[in-house]
Design a protein around this ligand. Sequence first.
Ligand code: HEM
Length: 138
Amino acid sequence: MQDLDSPAAIDGFIDRFYERVLADPLLAPLFLEVARVRLTEHLPRIKAYWRKMLLGDDSYRRHMMAKHRAIDSRRPFTAEQYARWLLLFEQSLSADYRGPGAERARQLARRIALNMRRNLESTRVKTQNINEKYAVTN
Ligand code: HEM
């Protein structure tokens, strides 16, 4: 068992997490068909994001919420997808990592997923209200 306390450990963890995500029928299509990510670009960004969150470096400088909002507006994330994302994250963690860094990653993932869900769902309600008010059809 190792902790998530170095760039190499974080990179390895993300590779394992994404092995699960990309094999998952609920999540894989969002990445491969809706967002059509190029893994050679996407994975280094996810790794940089978690290095920033866990090690405090500044290698990630993008707007991750805007990316999720764009996907959510095309194909709204479901409760099952949030739950699955978190489950796979937790499974990947508890299979191979232990320690304060791993614990922090677990807490952050839960908190950010919850905030993301609230934020995206409230944006969705507002957009729906505006569309109704001005009778926008799409
Ligand atoms: C239901 C749960 C989630 C799903 C289905 C999901 C799905 C996705 C997808 C499809 C992308 C690619 C977006 C694009 O390139 O257009 C993405 C990017 C990303 N996701 Fe998530 N995500 C989820 C939750 C989270 C959470 C909770 C975090 C952080 C704790 C996170 C961190 C990121 C980051 C850092 C990116 C890279 C954005 C960029 O290109 O800079 N995701 N996600």
